[in-house]
Write a protein that binds this ligand. Structure first.
Ligand code: NI
Length: 136
């Protein structure tokens, strides 16, 4: 059976600060540079969610894109958009909100709601030039 990937692109703006509580202020500044500034900074994140699987013979879809879009909004963008990731999002109380970790959090929020027969992949652009993918 042929497998096809479908992609949904979404967007959110959010603030964050890269800071490791276990390091000194000087070590944090050396490690994270401007990303460690104490008063946070923002990014315009572009999120691309990829779902791969076989085509449903009844609908002709891999996944209904309206369902996927609503799911991303409910589980991710409605909560993340215009927020401070460090302060407002539970997962980042104990996890540094790098693009890598944000991608994993997004994956973990969506995975339980997408059929197990389908593969899920997250691509997150933190800038136009920097992006991450999870799973690798
Ligand atoms: Ni940043």
């Amino acid at each position: 059976m042929k497998r096809v990937s479908v992609f949904r692109k979404e967007h959110f703006n959010a603030a964050h600060r890269l800071h490791n509580e276990n390091l000194s202020d000087a070590e944090n500044a050396a490690l994270f540079g401007r990303c460690n500034y104490p008063n946070y900074h923002g990014h315009n994140y572009d999120l691309i969610v990829q779902v791969t699987g076989e085509i449903d013979p009844v609908s002709g879809y891999v996944m209904d894109m309206k369902v996927l879009s609503d799911l991303i909004k409910e589980k991710v963008t409605e909560e993340f958009d215009h927020r401070n990731l460090n302060l407002d999002i539970e997962e980042f109380r104990t996890l540094i909100p790098t693009a890598e970790n944000i991608a994993i959090v997004i994956y973990d929020r969506l995975r339980p709601h997408i059929d197990n027969s389908k593969d899920l992949k997250i691509r997150l652009y933190e800038t136009e030039r920097n992006y991450v993918e999870y799973p690798a």
